[in-house]
Design a protein around this ligand. Structure first.
Ligand code: ATP
Length: 597
């Protein structure tokens, strides 16, 4: 590890020395070395395409480097091609789900190590002990606080649940070396807290962890040291306490990168409050395993970005899917520019101007073997044809323009998307959603897995769309994403719980609201949200003018329905809880009055 004066003494739990790897003309890694001591958590950071996942596949035994060696506990690693031997020594949670979707959650938890009933040793192993597998899996997942049916196929559970199953599976093998490649990308805050709560005792027991994340605050929270890669090369390694966040970002992007600290997102301009909504969601009710919706109403006006925040299972992704036609609601309506969309018809939603960035980019976002150009122009092929034949010239020009707009780094528009780094795949997905100049962009976690600088570029692209008069419905629990929002609607257990109408956003108030909590202790009287437990059916949601950096909030939820909005249907009522201001009610987009315009 060149340039690391504090290099720990061997034996290392895992050590990669002089690793180099090329893919065709792409040099993914050049002479990278890193090592992890027992009980140490090493962060590995770098921009999209810096080579982090390539390091992970080499250190997990999935790929033999062109040059360099891997040692585990000071000894040579098993040969590539003996995955079972590697799995006993190194537990890896990859960026892409490695669960077998057709097997049950319990079967996935015990892949390769199924418990068996007593047999006759090696000669005649006993039959699989299915009930032990189910009970064991349920127990581990209960410890993680995940309510998953272990007999359900892994393909049927949510992205977040899948990720937790993978992490729990990796940790339950008793390994001394754990590699986590963006483990929190699909986790909400409570999940991240739980994850860190699990990692700390493991570190105390001497397990070494390689931790990859684009969330730098996590690196500062859990890692002892951090290694920075740039363009496949080792740039720096040091104790996290000795490297400030700005320094870390500069090391990642390079001092002369135009994105280094310059691009900021300006405060969102206020859209015309009297403009007819470009998107209206009316009394939407939908059942879905990933979170149901009950009577949710909201509007998005031209030039407006409405953020939607909520914990996993709160219904935020179901709302996005229902607007995009991928979930069929049981009641309610979605209108684009006043025209009701038929339920469950994504093709019609697309034609009416909905651009969609799905949560699960690997399953729904792109066709892996198709090139960047084919993927990014997929929603506009009708516009690129002449006399029924695709015009190669127009196709190439559109592909280049879109890839450039999103800053997709690839070997060219013909490169299959499967070969791109995770963050660049995400840019292709966003590019595809924006290609058709949509009236409304519905984006779920659009910056997931994207590096800090590219994040600004992606959010900038959404901001631009909004600036050009489209509406944006932005579902994200990354509060940095929500910086571009004009309003933020918070869902709790499928219902609208609160609405924040005036930036700048108060981080703590947003988090509290998403967890169904009311005013913070330190809020002055008369400010903040007073929200009860929506399940109790007796919610009292107040609203306020801005105070303490928090915009006015107007709660609107549940059967109590003291705030008229969606539950009462039809009017925006003042809150009985007091503190309601005309401002928040007038601008509150959940009012059906707005939706009806
Ligand atoms: N199978 C492959 N075929 C061709 N090129 C590849 C392949 N896998 C990775 N690459 C290239 O190697 C480089 C490093 O990619 P890698 O996935 O390791 O980056 P990363 O740092 O993990 O990025 P991200 O943060 O976006 O996940 C990229 O230029 C990528 O396009």
């Amino acid at each position: 590890m060149s340039g690391d004066p504090g290099r720990p003494a061997p034996p290392y739990v895992i050590e990669g020395v002089g690793l180099s790897q090329s893919f065709g003309h792409t040099r993914a890694l050049t002479d990278v070395s890193l090592a992890i001591q027992p009980g140490e958590c090493l962060g590995l950071v770098g921009r999209n395409g810096a080579g982090k996942s390539t390091v992970v596949s080499i250190l997990s035994g999935l790929r033999r480097p062109d040059t360099g060696v891997v040692r585990l506990g000071g000894e040579p690693a098993p040969p590539v091609g003996d995955p079972a031997a590697w799995r006993r020594r190194v537990a890896t949670v990859h960026q892409h789900s490695m669960l077998v979707p057709t097997l049950t959650v319990a079967e996935n938890m015990y892949l390769d190590r199924q418990p068996r009933r007593t047999g006759l040793g090696r000669v005649l192993p006993g039959p699989l002990h299915w009930s032990a597998m189910r009970t064991g899996a349920a127990e581990v997942l209960r410890e993680w606080g995940v309510d998953v049916d272990v007999t359900a196929p892994a393909g049927a559970i949510s992205v977040e649940q899948r990720q937790i199953v993978e992490i729990a599976r990796a940790l339950s093998t008793g390994t001394r070396c754990l590699i986590l490649d963006e483990p929190t990308a699909a986790l909400e805050r409570a999940g991240v807290r739980r994850l860190f709560g699990r990692l700390r005792p493991l570190l105390a027991q001497g397990v070494g962890i390689l931790y990859i994340s684009h969330h730098l605050e996590e690196v500062y929270e859990i890692c002892d040291r951090v290694t920075v890669l740039r363009d496949g090369r080792h740039v720096r390694t040091g104790a996290v306490g000795g490297i400030g966040q700005d320094e870390l970002v500069t090391a990642m992007v390079g001092p002369e990168d135009p994105l280094a600290g310059t691009t900021t997102i300006d405060a969102a301009p206020t859209p015309d409050p009297d403009a007819a909504p470009v998107l209206a969601v009316r009394h939407l009710t939908a059942a879905d395993a990933r979170g149901s919706l009950t009577d949710v109403s909201l509007v998005v006006r031209p030039g407006e970005c409405v953020g939607v925040l909520g914990l996993a299972g709160s219904g935020t992704t179901t709302l996005a899917d229902a607007v995009a036609g991928l979930v069929r609601p049981t009641a309610g309506a979605v209108l684009v520019a006043g025209v009701p969309l038929p339920a469950g018809r994504p093709d019609v939603a697309l034609r009416h101007g909905i651009g969609y960035v799905p949560e699960d980019r690997h399953a729904r976002g792109y066709v892996p073997m198709l090139g960047v150009g084919d993927n990014i122009t997929m929603t506009i092929t009708d516009r690129l044809t002449r006399y029924g034949v695709l015009s190669p010239r127009r196709h190439l020009a559109a592909a280049r323009r879109l890839a450039e707009r999103l800053g997709v780094v690839s070997a060219g528009t013909a490169q299959p998307v499967v070969e791109l780094s995770g963050g660049n795949q995400q840019k292709v997905v966003v590019g595809r959603a924006l290609a058709r100049d949509p009236r409304v962009v519905v984006a779920v976690a659009p910056t997931q897995g994207v590096d800090v600088a590219s994040k600004r570029a992606l959010l900038g692209a959404l901001d631009e769309v909004r600036g050009a008069g489209a509406g944006v419905l932005l579902v994200s629990d990354d509060l940095a994403d929500l910086a571009i929002a004009n309003r933020i609607v918070v869902l709790v257990r499928g219902r609208t719980f609160a609405e924040f109408v005036e930036p700048p956003w108060d981080r703590e108030a947003l988090i509290a609201a998403s967890e169904g909590l009311g005013a913070r202790d330190d809020d002055p009287p008369g400010t903040g949200i007073t929200g009860g437990d929506t399940a109790a059916g007796d919610t009292t949601s107040g609203s306020t003018a801005s105070g303490g950096g928090m915009g006015g909030t107007t709660g609107a939820s549940a059967a109590g329905g003291t705030t008229g909005a969606s539950a009462a249907g039809g009017t925006t009522g003042d809150s009985a809880a007091g503190g309601t201001t005309g401002d928040s009610a007038a601008r509150g987009g959940t009012d059906e009055g707005g939706a009806a315009q």
